[in-house]
Structures are given as C-alpha cells and as structure tokens.
Ligand binder design. Structure first.
Ligand code: HEM
Length: 495
C-alpha cells in the first residue's frame, strides 16, 4: 500500500501533475448539494446553463463529488482527445467493479459494454453503416411525402417537432427491422405515442438505475418501469422472430431484386445482423442499443435546424437559394447533398453549437467514461489549469460537449449565436464533437447528415417561407436526449 502510494506520487511528480480546481461542496463527503442542484436545473430547463456557468467559474477542467465518487468534468479539447482516443484503452463506459451494466433493459451492448463485447457489437453494425449508400432516397421520399401531407398549407400554425420525431420513428423502424411502423400514415394502427412513452419510461428508469449504481435495488418494485420494458422487448422481439422465421423458410426478400437496376439498395440492419448471429436474445439487445439513438436523434436535429431557420428569414432564403440551385442540376443523390455547402454549415451549427450534440449517452450533451487505469491528462491542473492532472482508476470523467461547443475562447464571443457562416473558416477537430471521437465515434454520422439535409432541402422546395409563431427562446427539455421544450411552432407558407 505504502509502496503504491510512492509509485503514484512519483508518477505525478515526473509528469508535473497538479490538482484540478475543486467544486466547493457544502456536502464534501457525498457531493449531494451539487447533485440536487443539477436535478433542479434539469427540471427547469437550466441544466445546460448551469454547466456552462460551472466551467466559467472553475475553469475548463474541475472536479466534484457525486454520491461520494470523484468526477472530473472537462471541456478541454486535449483532455477529451486523450480520453476518447489517445488513451482509449484506459477508459471505459462500465464501472470498474460492476459485472452487469444497464440491468435487464439493455443488457450489455454497444452503449454499455467495453472490451470484447463492445468490439463485437461494433463489428456487427459496422458493415451496414460503412456503406456509402446507407439511406435509400426512394423510401425516405415516401416518409417525407407523408410528413408534408400533415403540414397545413392554409397558414395554420403547427408544431413540427412531434411530426419529425414520428417520421424518424417510421424511417428508423424501417431501417432497423425492415418494417416501418408508419405512424405518419392516416391508416396507421400503431399507437406511436403510447410506444414512445413506454420507450422513454424504460430509458429513464435505466438512466436512474445506472446513476444509483449499488443503490439501484431501491427501485426494484417499480412495476410501471417493468411493464414499459416488457412492451419495448415485445416490440423488438416480434421483428426478430419474423426475420428469423423468414430466414428459416428461405423467405427473405432479396433487396437487390426489389430495388431493381439503377435504384439504391435498402439496407436493413436486422437482416445484416442476422447474417452474423441468429440468437434471438443477442439480436434483441444489439438492436435495442441502435434503436435507442435511431428513433429520434435525427428528428430532433432537424427540428432544431427548423427552429432557427424559422427565426431567421434571411438564412432560410439563403439556404433555399442553394438547395433550389443544386437540385435543378439533377435528382437527389449523396453527392448532390454533400455539395450543399450552406446546408452543411446550418447542420453543423445547429447540431453542434446550439444543441448539445448529443443525446444518448446517457444524458445529452455529455460523454461519460470511467477511468479503468491510472492516467495523466495533459491539462487542468493548478490555478491556471495549465498543468497535467492525474486521474486515478475508478474516477469518472464527464466530457461536456455542450460547454465545449460554447467555449468563447474556442468559438469567439458569439459562441452562443446561430451563425452558420462561421463554418466558412472554422476547421475544428477536437473542439467540435457532436458525434464524439475516437473508436466509439457515432457510426451514423453520415446517415444523419444525408437524411437531415434531404428533409430540409425538401421543405425549402415545398414551402416558400417558414414563419415562427413562438415568442419563447430555445429551452431545453432533458429526456434521454435534449430537445426543444416548446417544440417548433411555425406556420409554413406556400406561394
Ligand atoms: C443527431 C444525431 C446523432 C448524434 C448527434 C449522435 C451522437 C453520438 C455520439 C456523441 C456518440 C458517442 C457516445 C460516446 O462516445 O459514448 C454516438 C454513438 C453512437 N451512435 Fe449516434 N448520434 C446520432 C444519431 C445516431 C443514429 C441515427 C444512430 C443509428 C441509426 C446512431 C447510432 C449510434 C451508435 C450505435 C453509437 C455507439 C457507438 C459505440 O459506442 O461504438 N446515432 N452517437
């Protein structure tokens, strides 16, 4: 023990490590004061601002206690790069000593596992996401048409956010399971709001249990949560059973034939995964992990783009001129969407700077890791934060992507403003991480841009103007993701 302490002291000295700033807890043992302050801020839509203030007060990297565990909070790009990429093997998502993470809802999968289990899950989805033509414009257009049909053309106000979310429930169920729930269709029998509620409840319960750690048994009798989990499982299992049945009877539809010549092939994740494993439980959990971000992440990103464009008629027109000019050169294709520079700027700006990149994991705007092996991070120590810091095994590291994206030292004094033009010259690397970075980077980022750009381009084609009818500023609502608390209330105008 004494020897260990000497080794550590030596390591710190050799690396010139100093202590990071400490949050001045009223409860220095467990840190419950800050924990409850964060809970309150989350309820009132002020969580992102609270975090921003903490960084402004205690520096780019500081430490605090949460339920007695040391947590390092950082928005320092070099520290983030070290955790996510350079010292990838020293950090994980699983607690150091816990055998199971995520309880019965998720089991271990791409979001909750490290090491071999994570690598296998990543390998299972990699081939599908690596395909350049992952989105099929033919099927996307069918869903966009249904969405457009739901938007009034007589100037009646509408909230676009629930529509976009339902549309992505449709597209994601098609991409994941090969069968859309078609909840935007007038003939649908699928009770999307009930299903989404169950999904949210199950995810919330999961997040709460993960936060409680060893105390998770407190919520053991929560039948509401258990019912929600059962419904989510039943939904996914029904698709798994269908596909396995089809495979057995050699009934699987050959998508190459369906698409025909000249059309892009529709990739279905469950079909591709079933080529690798036919274990129904394995498939259930692998799919659940992808369904988690897939069902609403892009819908929220598109909602946020529209939220700002509705408040900025000049930029709407600028984007519209670009899309109309580009589209006139040929039918939609990946290359065409990629060539829309201003679209990319609007997407980057919205998805990165104004909304906490993401989502998932577990609570949006933050990417979390646990230190599995003592590590030195390059910055954050001492009063000026310039010295390296020592991170002991078991310490949690929270990388605050939202605060990183609003750091005025990195993004200028207008870091809080919606200004897509900044991307004409901005070339950030580890300063801009809406999709995270390193080996666990979001595998869907190309698909997300393609689908978001397609929908926004179609909106600019279909409507001459979008008028904001909501006087409120963007306010966050934390679920498992962060979305606009007031939705996106607008009037869509046709000429
Ligand atoms: C606006 C949309 C999205 C954003 C901003 C986003 C962001 C992210 C981020 C930040 C991570 C890394 C988390 C970490 O390092 O712990 C991640 C991981 C992941 N994302 Fe996304 N995502 C989006 C949409 C999607 C979609 C639509 C899918 C699936 C169709 C998806 C699938 C995944 C998966 C499977 C991982 C886990 C990767 C791993 O741990 O190896 N994401 N995403």
């Amino acid at each position: 023990m004494i020897r260990d302490r000497q080794v550590l002291a030596d390591l710190k000295r050799r690396n010139g490590c100093e202590e990071p700033m400490n949050y001045p807890h009223k409860d220095p043992l467990l840190g419950l004061d800050l924990f409850f302050a964060m809970g309150k801020a989350m309820q009132s839509g002020q969580m992102l601002n609270l975090n921003k203030k903490l960084f402004e007060t205690y520096g780019r990297t500081f430490q605090f206690k949460s339920w007695g565990t040391n947590v390092i909070s950082t928005r320092e790009p070099r520290n983030i790069q070290t955790v996510l990429a350079l010292a990838f093997d020293n950090f994980g998502v699983e607690p150091v000593k816990q055998k199971e993470s995520g309880g019965s809802l998720m089991a271990k999968g791409i979001f909750t596992a490290d090491g071999a289990i994570w690598a296998r899950s990543r390998a299972l989805i990699r081939p599908t996401f690596a395909r350049p033509q992952i989105s099929s414009f033919e099927s996307l257009e069918l869903h966009v048409k249904q969405l457009l049909d739901c938007i009034p053309r007589d100037g009646t106000a509408i909230d676009l956010q629930p529509l976009f979310k339902r549309m992505f429930l449709d597209t994601s169920t098609e991409f994941l399971f090969g069968e859309s729930v078609n909840c935007l269709s007038p003939e649908t029998s699928f009770r999307s709001s009930q299903f989404l509620e169950s999904f949210d409840t199950s995810m919330h319960g999961l997040a709460a249990r993960m936060q409680l750690g060893k105390l998770a048994f407190i919520r053991g009798r929560d039948t509401h949560w258990k019912n929600a989990v059962r419904q989510v499982h039943e939904f996914i299992d029904s698709h798994v059973e269908r596909v396995l049945r089809q495979r057995k009877s050699h009934d699987t539809v050959d998508n190459n034939n369906v698409a025909g010549k000249g059309q892009s092939r529709r990739y279905i994740l469950l079909d591709e995964m079933a080529n690798e494993t036919q274990d129904p439980m394995d498939l259930r959990y692998q799919l659940l992990h992808v369904f988690f971000p897939a069902h609403d992440a892009t819908g929220i990103a598109v909602s946020d783009m529209l939220f700002h464009l509705a408040r900025d008629p000049n930029r709407w027109r600028k984007l519209q001129s670009e899309t109309l000019a580009v589209i006139s050169s040929g039918p939609y294709s990946f290359e065409l969407l990629k060539s829309m520079k201003y679209m990319r700027y609007v997407f980057n700006e919205r998805i990165g700077l104004k909304q906490p990149g993401l989502r998932l994991h577990p609570l949006a705007g933050m990417v979390r890791r646990v230190c599995h092996k003592d590590t030195v991070l390059p910055l954050g120590g001492g009063v000026d934060g310039k010295a390296p810091i020592f991170v002991k095994r078991g310490t949690r590291v929270v990388m605050n992507i939202h605060a990183l994206h609003r750091d005025q030292d990195l993004w200028g004094h207008d870091a809080d403003d919606f200004r897509p033009e900044r991307w004409e010259s901005a070339r950030p690397v580890w300063e801009y991480l809406p999709f995270s970075g390193g080996p666990r980077i979001c595998p869907a980022q190309q698909m997300v841009f393609t689908e978001a750009a397609y929908i926004v381009a179609r909106m600019t084609q279909e409507f001459s103007t979008v008028e904001n009818v909501d006087p409120e500023p963007w306010t966050e609502r934390f679920r498992m993701t962060v979305e606009s608390r007031n939705g996106v209330k607008v009037r869509m105008i046709c000429d």
